[in-house]
Design a protein around this ligand. Sequence first.
Ligand code: FAD
Length: 383
Amino acid sequence: MNLELGEEQTAVRQLARDFVDREIAPHVVAWDRAEEVDRGIVKKLGEVGFLGLTIDEEYGGSGGDHLAYCLVTEELGRGDSSVRGIVSVSLGLVAKTIAAWGDEEQKRRWLPGLTSGAYVGCFGLTEPGTGSDAGNLSTRAVRDGDDYVINGTKMFITNGTWADVVLLFARSTDAPGHKGVSAFLVPADTPGLSRRTVHGKLGLRGQATAELVLEDVRVPASAMLAPEGKGFSVAMSALAKGRMSVAAGCVGIAQAALDAAVRYAGEREQFGKSIAHHQLVQELLSDIAVDVDAARLLTWRVADLIDRGQPFATESSKAKLFASEAAVRAANNALQVFGGYGYIDEYPAGKLLRDARVMTLYEGTSQIQKLLIGRALTGVSAF
Ligand code: FAD
């Protein structure tokens, strides 16, 4: 793997840095306190091409490789994980999945809107009673003539209240376990679909997280994405790439923690000198720096594998596992460098820690990543 960034990748990273500094950084604290990111950011993300990365220009995408996607995601994660999540879900989990599995009509219907920011997408897999064991979901889609009628509840859905389209997973046959699961593209304004904001989150407070309730939601059979019974494969392939995006967001969090902590250590004086002079503070900083580099290299390796058409799912689990735990450690270490000031939201460390924490939970908890890696190593499923 070539560790040097190419000209295009360097340019896209700079574009993302400038975007974050201009459009996100000035609002981070206000959005977090208000528990809502300004929705106008979606349009801006679309205009600059970040919602179309890796998608063909034919469908409104902006092209680019997965390393470019990682670089942009990392920068957005450095700025505000609530904004980063909009892209990771609307592009990463929804648009990329439609591009990979959709028929021509589905691609033409949804991709131009998702890549321009005219539409927001959400990914409806988790249910109140089914999280890690996602293949065991109980939302039902029953065939009725040319339609399916869907009933069920989805929980913790990122972008849920903003979404125009839900990539929804439901049981459509009596085949056992995940074999009976199919994927559907459900317009969010379909009668019978209601949504409720999930309040009181520890982090990602600016993000529109929702519970979706589906009561006799009727969609045409043409809304099914991929063949019947393939829904679980659709979800797992989306999450395998999605984990790389979460990992990249975590690298951004850890980098933001490092930048802030180093700056503060040079400014803050105790015992007659800046705290950067104290060896134990340097230990905190060096621990963060190593976490940043290790997480970044694991994440870039996944991008490189995808771009070269190699298997990447286990490497994506490793990157997500390490980077999410590293982001929590890095933000916590940065908070320690800030002392009492780290505990108030005028300084960034507290929010970075709150935002990092969920990364070890969603798109498969750390335990689930270990089971995926363990299965790849041993051939034995320990779920
Ligand atoms: P559970 O599955 O109940 O797990 C509880 C604990 O048990 C965890 O520690 C877990 O690791 C452990 N555990 C479970 N099974 C095993 C096992 N076999 N071996 C060892 N340990 C095990 N979902 C979506 O579909 N779309 C979204 O957009 C989305 N966004 C989210 C945003 C936020 C802010 C949050 C908090 C969640 C989001 N989720 C989303 C849901 C998320 O993916 C789930 O919360 C996650 O998969 C864990 O499921 P659970 O919460 O039901 O926990």
